[in-house]
Write a new protein. Sequence first.
Length: 208
Amino acid sequence: MRYRIKICGLTDAGQALAAASVGADAIGLVFYARSRRAVDIEQAAAIAAALPPFVATVGLFVDPAVAEVGRVLDQCRLDFLQFHGAENAAFCGGFGVPYLKAIAMGDGRDPRPEMDAHPQARGFLLDSHAGGMMGGSGQVFDWRSIPGPLERPWLLAGGLDARNVGQALALASPYGVDVSSGVESTPGQKDPRLVRDFIESVRQVERE
């Protein structure tokens, strides 16, 4: 099985191109002002424009206003939207862009009811959301708490890095993985070596 890999929280085109060059399938752009990885529309548009073909751009939002998402989409090419708040299915599906819905797993919750509440979602992100943070916490949740197999495509997130992603894939069997802090030197600054090592660790699992 080939696992899809999303590198989230990119803040400049050079980082995004470096990630794409070593095999990232998707790049995450954070439109949430409270995040240390937040980008403005101009930054995001420059990153999206620099990416090569077949590398998807994903815009991350947390309980945004309709107008906020609209402004981003007017000026920046996004292949997917990703919602991390309490957004309902009607809101998430109202922009004419495929979307992913994040589900907080830090409390050991069952993700299936929320999956059922978003029948049009293209996929889901199971994340720790530790300490009240909307992702990017660097903390894992108990992967054994995921009921399985889940019938919808989903990505595993939360505290992943090159050292633990192999174990995570073996235990959880997701469609793909999403990493942010686990490949950074400082928040928002991706380390090309850590990105490469992370992707290689995933590909090693695929070869075994």
